[in-house]
Design a protein around this ligand. Sequence first.
Ligand SMILES: C[S@@+](CC[C@H](N)C(=O)[O-])C[C@H]1O[C@@H](n2cnc3c(N)ncnc32)[C@H](O)[C@@H]1O
Length: 279
Amino acid sequence: MSIDHHYGNNLQQQQALLSELRSACPNGADAWQLAPIDQLHTGGLQASLHLRDTLAACLASQPAPRILDAGSGAGGLLRLLAQLPGSDVTGLDLCHNLNRLSLALCQLYRPPRCVTQVSGDAHCMPFASDHFDAIVLQHSLLNMPNPDQALDECLRVLKPGGHLVLHELVQGTAPAQMQFPVPWAQGPEQSHLHSPATLVAQLQARGFQIRTTTDLTASTLAWRQRQDSRPATATRSQTLRLTPALILGPDFPLMFANLLHNLRHGAVGVMQYLACKPE
Ligand SMILES: C[S@@+](CC[C@H](N)C(=O)[O-])C[C@H]1O[C@@H](n2cnc3c(N)ncnc32)[C@H](O)[C@@H]1O
């Protein structure tokens, strides 16, 4: 099964979902309401707010920063990045149906400025060299069979001194414990996790200067465990009946259970890197 099919197959008929959302939220939806379908990564909306604030600090001195979210999914992070003053935000994703959904959700969420959504492959980015001030990959390198090529592209399209932020699942210390399906893959052929040491070596081989390295594995396991112990009281997103299963299909509960297993047994870890392209 292709990546496009994995994320896009359940979104072929998205009109019904969008109509329901529009009538449930006549005055627009907020980021917390949309999070079950537009924050397709571990750590939920909180993780994206943290990424936005990390980038805000990096880009504080730039009046109109150009930012790329490579593997932007349904655009949850993209809309948060559009809150940064003067930002010019582009999302790139392989999955056209997710890009359509992202643009439709922009109508509901109404970020303070427009975002550009491009269908394309991060291994071969349709952008000019030295174009972006920052690039973020949030749980998207994990689907890319050739991370060297994707990181080469990041290096090419970043301006000198530009920032690269990775928030990624990585191979844990016990990869043999891995259970599928998981939210990012039906099976091993779609999952491309690398050890932290490999990722660091790949960044350094391209001259990226790694500014910060944060191991989020323990906090992500705690986040995942909290998901199971949440009280059954209706949150606003539950009232809208939004769930990642609308995108990932009826196997989502099993995928989410396997994520917990994989975190608990050391099959996967979660890392965040902030790196800079040399001047
Ligand atoms: C787990 S989802 C994460 C989406 C989003 N970053 C988020 O955190 O909500 C992975 C995303 O990466 C995209 N993707 C996978 N391989 C890609 C590639 N080679 N080029 C562009 N996007 C890709 C998928 O289509 C999917 O939207």
